[in-house]
Design a protein around this ligand. Structure first.
Ligand SMILES: [Zn+2]
Length: 495
């Protein structure tokens, strides 16, 4: 076995316990004869430091190392991070980069550059964000059996990863890092559950165009801003829209409400990005809007995440929330306003666990067991939680039919269905038409009807006709009961 990780490198005092554990776990895995090992470390794990220690160990044994980053924009920060750890012998593989040095024993490269180059000699290749499964990396893994590969990722759950990578080590979980104070506590709310029935699914996730259409419904757009104004406490906020047009539209919605925003994505150049970052850090910009694909590279002090980009991908979900889990002075906890239903669909980020790599063959359907612990809203404070007792307000959830507890956790026996799915389309249309009719009768705006509809079905109306229909007795009774409930809640609040 190539001894990568011992030698003069060990400076345990600079490693946090989970980082030391990671290095030990990788060492043990290599000791068992594995040559392709993935280390799962959440955001804030300190993977650059961990990688630096691994590199030091390899250099000390006379090995050459390549470190690959998923984007050119990440090269410079990686190099300076390694230099801060005392690694000097670094060359960058990128056209016209001032740090080009083919003789340096550590080469830092983006996967894009690597794809176009002769790969230099190396005993070890460290692959950052290995869940992205870059083609050039996989080809290298196939052709260079002599080289050791160490993959780093917060979410190494991509389909088929286990067909090339041999072992997964998990030195710590998000929950453990929160517990130890290295990551933020968080509270998640799901103020909207978008109706995704009928939305096209492509490669396992919602098709962008369809998802954007659902999320651009007027009522949903307004709800994002209203919720933030009500719950957001003016926190520095990162917003995810489905795509650029959707994120821009949301940003305009915020601007109309007097909230300063900025737009940033993977294509925002470094100069503009640093200007936006400065304005964000100073509080001049409150809500930074982006798209669901922005999951790396923005490490600003965020204490609220608005998620308006529905996904079925646990990886994307965890990566997005990860943007807000770092502990920043003054903003020790994270508020998640999930307008996309992602936490309900995929689970809270502390509950998503996989202990092995996926071995699905290309073309085969990935068997993915959904998280056993899906959270639900607390009836009292609306925070999402699993289990019977709300950790935020202490409210006790009553076990209901079709649900039982396993190990103290509430587990639904039947798949969760949105309220809206139980009603037929005809029923939904009928309620919406009656609500529109009533809005006309009373001189309310059509938005009132959309709100009534959402009260009833838990989702905003979508794809329905706006024909009017006189309200029947059932609707009148229901609408009246809502008004009484509302009046009572007001009285309670006033007394
Ligand atoms: Zn509660």
């Amino acid at each position: 076995m190539l001894d990568l990780l011992t030698g003069q490198s060990a400076k345990p005092k600079t490693l946090r316990p989970h980082q030391a554990r990671a290095i030990e776990a990788i060492r043990q895995s290599l000791g068992k004869g594995n040559r392709r090992v993935v280390c799962q470390g959440p955001t804030g794990f300190g993977k650059t430091l961990t990688a630096a220690k691994v590199i030091e160990g390899a250099l000390a044994k006379g090995n050459r190392v390549i470190f690959t980053a998923p984007a050119v924009s990440l090269i410079d920060q990686t190099v300076s991070a390694f230099e801060n750890e005392g690694i000097r012998d670094i060359g960058v593989m990128q056209a016209n980069h001032p740090r080009t040095d083919a003789l340096a024993r550590v080469q830092v490269a983006s996967v894009q550059t690597l794809a176009r180059r002769e790969i230099p000699e190396a005993s070890l290749i460290i692959v950052d964000e290995c869940h992205l499964r870059a083609k050039v990396i996989e080809e290298l893994m196939d052709s260079r059996e002599d080289v050791f590969f160490i993959g780093l990722s917060a979410t190494p759950w991509a389909k088929g990863m286990g067909r090339r990578w041999q072992d997964l080590v998990i030195p710590c979980t998000i929950g453990e890092l929160i517990e130890a104070g290295y990551l933020s506590q968080f509270t998640a709310y799901a103020p909207d559950v978008p109706d995704m029935t009928g939305v096209k699914v492509s490669k396992g996730d919602y098709a962008e165009g369809d998802a954007a259409e659902v999320m651009q419904g007027n009522a949903l757009m307004a709800s994002v801003v209203d919720t933030w104004l009500g719950k957001g406490q003016n926190r520095p906020t990162l917003l995810f829209g489905v795509n650029r047009a959707h994120a821009k539209a949301l940003s305009e919605e915020f601007e109309r409400a007097g909230v300063a925003t900025a737009y940033v994505d993977a294509f925002t150049d470094t100069v503009e990005r640093s200007i936006i970052e400065r304005r964000f850090r100073s509080g001049e910009v409150k809500v930074a809007c982006s798209v669901r694909t922005l999951t790396t590279g923005v490490d600003w002090p965020v204490s609220c995440i608005i998620d308006a980009a529905p996904t079925k991908s646990e990886m994307l979900h965890v990566q997005k929330i990860g943007r807000g889990l770092r502990v920043n002075p003054g903003t020790e906890d994270l508020l998640i306003l999930d307008h996309a239903g992602n936490s309900l669909r995929n689970g809270l980020v502390t509950d998503i666990e996989h202990h092995t790599l996926d071995k699905t063959a290309p073309g085969e359907r990935q068997e993915r067991k959904p998280s056993e612990k899906l959270p639900r809203e607390c009836a009292n404070c609306a925070a999402l939680h699993t289990g019977l007792t709300c950790p935020f307000c202490g409210h006790e959830r009553k076990p209901v039919a079709g649900v039982e507890t396993v190990d103290g956790e509430l587990v639904e026996l039947t798949p969760k269905r949105a309220k809206s799915e139980k009603a037929t389309r005809e029923e939904k249309q009928s309620v919406y038409s009656m609500a529109l009719w009533m809005a006309d009768q009373r001189g309310y705006k059509p938005g009132w009807a959309a709100n009534k509809y959402r009260e009833k079905f838990g989702v905003w109306p979508r794809g329905l006709s706006d024909e009017r229909r006189p309200a029947d007795q059932g609707f009148l009774n229901w609408e009246k009961s809502r008004r009484i409930a509302w009046a009572k809640s007001k009285q309670k609040g006033a007394s």
